[in-house]
Design a binder for this molecule. Structure first.
Ligand code: URA
Length: 234
């Protein structure tokens, strides 16, 4: 791969910016300053460094975020703050987007990536990746609601949902966990509405076998490990 293309793909700037960086002598290949932006690098053999720091090539980036309230799930917006605004510069890439939407007032587990295939696999109901939520409601969750969720909720407009699991909290009657494998617009809120309940707070806890890391405070994010990426599909 050309050196300038490689550096741009690893978020060192636009093609023009990285060409400038190369010409400034701050980029080395195997310890030697690189002079030409079109110099070919072999990613398996050559060690490329910028300002003395070696770059490890990754095709895509996967970031786990504990989404706070007040941010929308979009890559950019003219008026609203987006989840991408919370990603520190060092992990920003050109085509970053949130894999699956959470409402502006929903918190919790969100994956941000530049890998469209990954997002498709995670979101397609056919791939059976469960999403688990914690909901706080304005009333009691009953056994008949558990049955209704299991049988598949029908929205007021006739839309049918797949079978879902509703697990009432043992101690607090207005708290429950919900497991769904699709992502219809406002799905969890609308499912409860058909049962006469309003969701007061909603937090996503888990996607597949990947649980929101405990140490990740609201508003924070970090790149995922390979094991964490795999856990999404387990
Ligand atoms: N269901 C909702 O209603 N809102 C979300 O943000 C996610 C699932």
């Amino acid at each position: 791969m050309r050196l300038d293309k490689f550096l741009a793909s690893q978020n060192f700037g636009t093609r023009k910016e990285v060409q400038k960086l190369i010409k400034s002598g701050q980029v080395t290949i195997d310890g030697e300053p690189a002079k030409k932006p079109d110099k070919k690098v072999n990613l398996e053999e050559n060690k490329v460094a910028v300002k003395g720091k070696e770059i490890t090539y990754t095709e895509h980036i996967y970031i786990v975020m504990n989404k706070p309230k007040g941010y929308i799930s979009a890559s950019e917006d003219k008026k609203e703050k987006t989840v991408i605004d919370l990603v520190p510069e060092e992990w920003k890439r050109k085509n970053l987007f949130p894999a699956g939407r959470l409402d502006k007032d929903t918190t919790g587990l969100m994956i941000i990536t530049d890998d469209g295939d990954f997002a498709h696999r995670m979101l397609s109901p056919k791939k059976h990746v469960d999403k688990r939520y914690l909901a706080e409601l304005d009333g009691e969750v009953t056994e008949s609601m558990v049955e209704a969720f299991k049988n598949g909720i029908e929205f007021y407009d006739g839309t049918l949902c797949l079978s879902a699991t509703l697990i009432p909290d043992k101690k607090t009657k207005n708290i429950a966990q919900v497991i769904i494998r699709e992502g219809k617009y406002h799905q969890v809120k609308k499912m409860f509405l058909t049962q006469g309940l309003t969701v007061k707070n909603l937090k996503r806890l888990q996607i597949g076998s990947f649980v929101l890391p405990k140490e990740l405070a609201e508003g924070n994010c970090r790149p995922m490990s390979e094991a964490e990426i795999e856990a999404v599909f387990l």
